[in-house]
Write a protein that binds this ligand. Structure first.
Ligand code: DHB
Length: 305
C-alpha cells in the first residue's frame, strides 16, 4: 500500500484534507497517530484568525458546505507543533497568503520548520472580498516559480476545480515548467449552496450562504481533474486526489485515475480519524480481490474504453 511523491514516502496513501481535523496540536497528533500515511496541517496565515461568523459548516447527504474563512492559529504556532510531532510520518504545511508577498513570508517560515512538504493553497474560496488565485493561471505559475526558488522541500499546490481542459493543460504545463512537485486536486467547489427547506433558509451564514461544497457531491469532479492532470502532466506531477473519499473503493478509483495519495475531508469530519483504519482495511481487501501486489503499480492504470 506504500506510495510516494518525490522523496516523501507514505505507508498508507491517505491524509486529512487541509482544514479537517488539523487546526490544533491535539487534532494533528490524532492524525499522526492514526492509520493516515501523512499529516496535512490547516492552511496557515501569517497571523492567527478567528474566521467567518457561524454557522459556517453544514453536513448533509455525505457532503458538506463550508465557509470557515481560514480560522487558524497562525504560522508560528504550526511551526512549533511541527517540531513536537516530527519523526513519525511525513508532515505537510499548507500555506495561505492574501498576496504574493505573504506567500513568500509564509514559505520562509515553514521552510525553516521540520515540515517535509509544503502545499501552497491557491484555492481558498471563503475569504470575503478575495478571489481565488488559482483561477489566474499566469499569476499562480509566477507565485509557484518564486516559491520554488526558495525551497528544496517537496512543493505542491492545492487547486480548485477547473471547467475547461485548456485551464488544466495550462496549469499542468506551467507547474512542470516551474518545477513544482505535486498538485492537490480538488479543493471544495467554490460556489455551492445548501438549503434547509423547512426553515426556508441557507444552511450557512457567511457570503450570503454561498460556500465550498465538499464530500460525495464532488467525488466525480475530483476524479475528472485527477485524470486530466495525469494526462496533461504525463506523470511528471505527483497528484493528491481529493473529493468524496469515504470508502476503500473511492481510494482505489483515485489511484487508478492517477493519484499517488488521497486526502479525506468531509468523511473524516463525520467519522473521525478512526476512518483511516477502515479505509486501510477496505483498500487491502480490494487489493486482494483485484490481485494487486503493489498499489503503486496501479497509479494511473485506468483503461479508456
Ligand atoms: C478554507 C476553505 C478552503 O477550502 C480552503 O482551501 C482554505 C480555507 C476556509 O474557509 O477556512
Amino acid at each position: 500500500m506504500e506510495t510516494s511523491i518525490k522523496s516523501l514516502m507514505f505507508s498508507t496513501p491517505f491524509t486529512n484534507a487541509a482544514g479537517v481535523w488539523c487546526t490544533t496540536e491535539k487534532e494533528l497528533k490524532e492524525i499522526r497517530d492514526s492509520a493516515a500515511g501523512f499529516v496535512t496541517f490547516k492552511s496557515m496565515t501569517i497571523f492567527p484568525r478567528k474566521g467567518n461568523v457561524e454557522p459556517r459548516f453544514s453536513y448533509f447527504n455525505h457532503s458538506s458546505i463550508n465557509s470557515m474563512g481560514l480560522p487558524n492559529k497562525g504560522v508560528d504556532y504550526y511551526c512549533k507543533v511541527a517540531k513536537k510531532l516530527q519523526g513519525k510520518k511525513p508532515m505537510i504545511a499548507s500555506i495561505a497568503g492574501f498576496s504574493p508577498d505573504e506567500y513568500i513570508t509564509l514559505l520562509k517560515k515553514v521552510n525553516n520548520a521540520p515540515f517535509d512538504g509544503i502545499e501552497v493553497n491557491l484555492s481558498c474560496p471563503n475569504v470575503v472580498g478575495k478571489g481565488i488565485f488559482a483561477y489566474n493561471i499566469p499569476l499562480s505559475i509566477k507565485i509557484m516559480k518564486e516559491l520554488r526558488k526558495m525551497t528544496e522541500k517537496v512543493l505542491g499546490v492545492k487547486l480548485p476545480p477547473y471547467v475547461s481542459r485548456d485551464n488544466v493543460k495550462n496549469m499542468a504545463e506551467g507547474l512542470i515548467n516551474a518545477k513544482v512537485d505535486f498538485v492537490t486536486t480538488i479543493n471544495s467547489f467554490p460556489l455551492g449552496c445548501a438549503i434547509d427547506y423547512k426553515k426556508e433558509k441557507m444552511k450557512i451564514k457567511p457570503n450570503d450562504g454561498i460556500g465550498g461544497l465538499g464530500g460525495a457531491a464532488t467525488k466525480n469532479i475530483g476524479i475528472g481533474q485527477v485524470v486530466l492532470f495525469r494526462q496533461f502532466s504525463k506523470g511528471k506531477l505527483g497528484i493528491i486526489g481529493v473529493g468524496g473519499v469515504e470508502k476503500g473503493s473511492d481510494v482505489y478509483e483515485y489511484i487508478l485515475a492517477g493519484a499517488s495519495a488521497v486526502a479525506v475531508g468531509t468523511a473524516l469530519w463525520k467519522n473521525k480519524p478512526v476512518l483511516f483504519s477502515k479505509l486501510k482495511y477496505e483498500l487491502e481487501s480490494i487489493m486482494k480481490k483485484q490481485k494487486v501486489k503493489k498499489l503503486s503499480e496501479k497509479i494511473g492504470a485506468l483503461k479508456i474504453i
